[in-house]
Design a binder for this molecule. Structure first.
Ligand SMILES: [Zn+2]
Length: 306
C-alpha cells in the first residue's frame, strides 16, 4: 500500500508504504487500510496540518458511485462498502476509486498527459489495464469496469488469458506474457525441465531482459518482443479508434523499456491508423506513485463536488 499526505496543490508532504499481506483475507486488509488512514490523519494533525478529505483506490471492479469495492482477484474484496467504512472511521469526506483509473487521472493532470484534454493511460505490468481521462475525469463505465484494454481480443487463436478467453491483449503483451512466451520458445533447459515452469533455483528471464536481449540483436528475443509490440499496436489502434485521444501515456514495468518499446510501437501504431489522428505516445512520469496521487485527486475533487 502506497500512502501519502498530499496538499491541495498536489505536492506530497509525507509518504508511507505498508505491506498488503492479502493472504490474511479481505477483512484484515480493510482493517489495515482504515488503521493506516487513521494514522496518516493523526500524523497530519501532529504536524500542524488539517486533513480535509480521504481518497482510497483499490484494484479490481470498483463502483465509484456507490463507494463499493465490488470484486478483486488479488485482495479478495466482494462488495466491500469501503467508502462508508472509511468515512465513518475517520469522519472525513471520502472517495473510493480504482487503482489504474486513479493512476491515469494523476498522469493526465499532473504527469505525462498534462495539457492534453483527452488522455488514454495504459499500464502494462503483470496485466494490462487502461484509463480514459477526459476533462480531468476518468470514465468508470456503467458497472465500474471501464478500461479493460487488456481484454481486447487481438489474437483469436492466441494463448489463453487469465480471464478464460483466448487471445486477449494481455495474454500476448503483458510483462508476464512476454516472459512466459520467451521461456516457452527457448525450450527445455539443460536439466530436462522447461524454463516456462521456473522451479526453485531457476529464474525466468523477465520481460525487461527480453527487451534488452532484443535490443542486443538476439533472434528469439527479437521475435518475442516483436510479437508483443505488434499486439500492443493492435490494442492501442483499437483504443484510438474508440477514444480519439491526443496523448497515450504508457506506464507499468514494460514502459521502462524506453526507446526499445516506444520506437517500434510508434511505427506499428502509425501503420494501423487510416483516418484516425496519430496520438502522442509517451512514457508515464509518476512511476508507482501515480495511483496514490490519483487517490488524493479524487479526495480533493470530492471537496469541490460533495
Ligand atoms: Zn482476457
Amino acid at each position: 500500500m502506497k500512502c501519502a499526505l498530499v496538499g491541495a496543490d498536489g505536492a506530497v508532504r509525507h509518504a508511507e508504504r505498508h505491506p498488503t499481506d492479502a493472504e490474511r483475507g479481505p477483512d484484515a486488509v480493510v482493517e489495515t487500510i482504515l488503521t493506516v488512514a487513521e494514522g496518516l490523519a493523526g500524523k497530519a494533525r501532529a504536524d500542524g496540518l488539517t486533513p480535509t478529505a480521504l481518497g482510497i483506490v483499490v484494484p479490481g471492479v470498483v463502483d465509484e458511485a456507490r463507494g463499493v469495492a465490488v470484486w478483486s482477484a488479488n485482495v479478495g474484496f466482494r462488495d466491500v462498502p469501503l467508502r462508508e467504512l472509511a468515512a465513518r472511521r475517520l469522519g472525513l469526506p471520502t472517495a473510493l476509486g480504482h487503482d489504474v483509473r486513479a493512476g491515469g487521472l494523476a498522469e493526465a493532470r499532473l504527469g505525462a498527459g498534462r495539457d492534453a484534454g483527452h488522455v488514454l493511460f495504459v499500464a502494462i505490468g503483470t496485466g494490462i489495464a487502461a484509463a480514459h481521462v477526459v476533462a480531468s475525469s476518468a470514465a468508470t463505465g456503467a458497472h465500474g469496469a471501464a478500461g479493460e484494454l487488456g481484454h481486447i481480443l487481438v489474437r483469436p487463436d492466441g494463448p489463453i488469458c487469465g480471464c478464460g478467453q483466448r487471445g486477449c491483449l494481455e495474454a500476448v503483451a503483458s510483462a508476464s506474457s512476454v516472459a512466459r512466451r520467451y521461456a516457452e520458445l527457448i525450450g527445455p533447459t539443460s536439466d530436462g525441465g522447461s524454463a516456462a515452469d521456473a522451479g526453485p533455483g531457476r529464474t525466468m528471464v523477465t520481460a525487461a531482459e527480453v527487451a534488452a536481449r532484443a535490443a542486443a540483436g538476439e533472434d528469439l528475443a527479437t521475435r518475442v518482443w516483436r510479437e508483443a509490440v505488434e499486439a500492443l499496436a493492435d490494442g492501442l489502434a483499437t483504443g484510438q479508434a474508440l477514444y480519439d485521444v491526443e496523448t497515450i501515456v504508457l506506464g507499468g514495468g514494460l514502459a521502462q523499456a524506453g526507446a526499445g518499446l516506444f520506437d517500434p510501437l510508434r511505427v506499428a501504431l502509425r501503420d494501423r491508423l487510416t483516418f484516425h489522428r496519430e496520438p502522442r505516445l509517451v512514457p508515464a512520469v509518476l512511476g508507482d506513485e501515480a495511483g496514490c496521487l490519483g487517490a488524493a485527486l479524487l479526495a480533493l475533487d470530492k471537496l469541490e463536488t460533495p
